[in-house]
Design a protein around this ligand. Structure first.
Ligand code: AHN
Ligand code: ZN
Length: 319
């Protein structure tokens, strides 16, 4: 019996052997993700005020984000364009892209949206529903995690090239009580998928972060992500599990969410998954503070930022 167990164990180990990497020496030890730094990056964004299209806060935050990307990345692109929103208004917008090792062919995209919603249409108090939101979780949390990742990659890059993409104009969709046919969410992502920052741009895959800062967040496996890039979902969720973050990254299907990744997958040349907080009990499927004035810095838990950031850095390290 003992011999048989040993034989089974041996063959199990054998099967789990990874295919050799092209350049084994290039395996690098990535430094730890700094939760406090990520939190400070989230707060810096909310300190500008709501980053709503057409506002000074939006403009100022864009300059600040470009400065941070220039500080950490090898090449930075400021992709300016205009969008027409569902209310027939036209706005100046910008997708902001920071690239590491732009010469490498093997690339991974990490993305989040940097704009915030112009109206708190889900606020419990009807008097607040026309007020713009800080979007600490809805927008700033993903950007904050990615800025901290950029800061770490500046010191220590993985084997693959990385592009950090901050999408504009994600969150100017119709109010809850309005029904306007058309694709009014993810306008920056739609633009970027159709007009990449570099001609002929290609990536292996992408990971979108949205609402990654709630206390005890639950990241179920979003269903467009499963449909379009199940292998990437598996890779990220199993990495999180191995790091001991299985309480956050749950091995269960989540919502069906028309987020930026949906448009990248629809119009682009590679597939992107969405790491997004799912709360089946909240009624909206999102966090209870979603699209309310309570989506502010008080609601952000740096431990959640750290769980997501550490998981992403490990995914990159494994490539
Ligand atoms: C819709 O509600 C259609 N999509 C959610 C995408 C979103 C909004 N993410 C953040 N805010
Ligand atoms: Zn939103």
């Amino acid at each position: 019996m003992i011999m048989m167990g040993a034989a089974l164990l041996f063959s199990a180990c054998d099967r789990s052997k990874k295919t050799p990497k092209e350049n084994p020496q290039a395996t690098v030890a990535l430094p730890a993700f700094d939760n406090d730094s990520a939190f400070a990056f989230v707060k810096a964004q909310t300190d500008f005020g709501p980053r709503v299209l057409g506002t000074v806060a939006h403009e100022n935050c864009r300059e600040w984000l470009l400065d941070k990307l220039r500080e950490y990345c090898d090449t930075v692109y400021n992709q300016s364009f205009t969008v027409k929103t569902y209310d027939d208004k036209i706005w100046p917008c910008a997708n902001l892209i920071g690239s590491f090792a732009p010469e490498k062919a093997e690339r991974i995209v990490l993305a989040a949206h940097w704009d915030s919603r112009p109206f708190a249409d889900h606020d419990p108090n009807p008097a607040n529903r026309e007020t713009p939101i800080d979007g600490a979780n809805d927008g700033a949390s993903g950007v904050g995690v990615l800025l901290e990742i950029a800061r770490q990659l500046h010191e220590n890059q993985p084997n693959v090239g990385i592009d950090i993409v901050f999408f504009d104009a994600e969150d100017y969709g119709p109010r809850e009580n309005e029904s306007v046919p058309g694709d009014w969410w993810g306008l920056g992502a739609q633009y970027w998928a159709k007009n990449p920052h570099v001609q002929g741009y290609a990536a292996n895959y992408g990971i979108l972060l949205d609402m990654v800062g709630s206390p005890n967040a639950q990241f179920m496996q979003e269903q467009f992500s499963l449909r379009d890039a199940q292998d990437v979902v598996r890779k990220v969720w199993s990495t999180a599990y191995e790091l001991g973050h299985g309480q956050y990254f749950q091995n269960k299907p989540g919502g069906v969410i028309t987020d930026d990744h949906y448009y990248v997958n629809k119009y682009g040349t590679f597939k992107m998954i969405d790491i997004i907080h799912y709360d089946a009990a909240s009624g909206t499927g999102f966090d209870p503070v979603w699209h309310t004035l309570n989506d502010n810095i008080q609601h952000i838990d740096k431990n959640t930022l750290g769980v997501v950031g550490t998981t992403l850095l490990q995914v990159l390290k494994n490539e």
